[in-house]
Design a protein around this ligand. Structure first.
Ligand SMILES: [Zn+2]
Length: 302
């Protein structure tokens, strides 16, 4: 089954759960950006995390931007995820490879190092909300849980994981579990959630076992909480919003003088989309066209 996200409610409507599979999207990002297995893991987890956060946006055009700024050799990553299931993202050092950690796992903590996680929530009608927390582990899941606790004061757990073999990415995804605000003052429920979450062992293995069926994954992880899907699974895909016309609009902002310089010095312009790696090339004639458009709209050179 293609990538999908599933929202559910559990424990007599006191707990919300979201599960997302991002296998196909992560494979696509890996190809598009030429990612190493290490950076595939980090971007895959961050894309799953972004989609989990975006699932609670109120409007259909609601989006979450997740930015890791860090001192480790990864240097940083950015993910943009929508309530509509579209996700895109990139890392600062795509080919980064490090020795495995002593347990034979990717050394995510070393790759990321210390730094910050910045989350921007934008419902699409202005005034995006931004919040920054210090990274607690670098493995993304606990960092997102720390952000949720800090920004919403609701006890939450975030599991992210993947299964990668010598053949590539076999699966990738995540689960968010959160006490709903109206139930956040019920100690028994908070205790129950903590107990159930700490009983989850080897999330990546469970994800792999229930690949293609996030409802079954939630059931298997949290059988005692009786999760009930709220709606049919929603498709998820790697999708970038960059277009030629958006690039042309960005060129317009440079102004006539700078566009003329680009024509003289470079004979055109090349723009790279960080999010998807697409390259847009504009000839001198294209840039001349942008200048004509500006002049026709009364923009003065300089
Ligand atoms: Zn793009």
């Amino acid at each position: 089954m293609a990538d999908h996200i599933l929202r559910a409610i559990a424990a007599d409507r006191g707990i919300r759960m979201v599960a997302v599979e991002t296998t196909v999207s992560t494979r696509y990002a890996c190809r598009r950006h030429g990612l190493s297995y290490l950076t595939t893991t980090l971007l895959g987890r961050a894309m799953a995390g972004g989609l989990l956060l975006a699932s609670s946006m109120k409007t259909a055009q609601g989006r979450v931007t997740l930015r890791v700024q860090c001192g480790g050799p990864l240097r940083g990553l950015t993910v943009d995820a929508g309530r509509d299931g579209a996700v895109r993202g990139y890392v600062a050092v795509p080919g980064l490879e490090l020795d495995l950690a002593p347990e034979g796992q990717f050394d995510l903590a070393r790759a990321v190092g210390s730094g910050h996680l910045q989350i921007t929530r934008d419902e699409g009608h202005g005034n995006p909300l931004q919040s920054t927390v210090e990274l607690v582990s670098g493995a993304i899941g606990d960092d997102l849980a720390a952000y949720l606790f800090h920004s919403e004061q609701t006890p939450s757990a975030v599991f992210v994981g993947e299964h990668i073999t010598s053949k590539g990415i076999r699966c990738c995804g995540g689960v968010l579990v959160q006490v709903l605000p109206k139930a956040a003052n019920e100690p028994a429920l908070v205790d129950l959630l903590q107990r159930e979450c700490s009983a989850v062992e080897n999330f990546s293995q469970q994800l792999a076992a229930h690949q293609g069926n996030m409802a079954a994954l939630l059931q298997s992880l949290f059988n005692n909480l009786n999760p009930q899907p709220l709606a049919a699974p929603q498709p998820v895909r790697f999708h970038c919003r960059c277009t030629t016309s958006r690039c042309l609009a960005a060129l317009e902002l440079l102004g006539i003088h700078q566009l003329e310089e680009m024509i003289d010095e470079d004979g055109g312009a090349e723009m790279n989309c960080h999010f998807c790696g697409e390259v847009y090339r504009f000839s001198a004639a294209d840039l001349q066209g942008v200048i004509h458009g500006l002049v026709a709209n009364g923009v003065k050179p300089g």
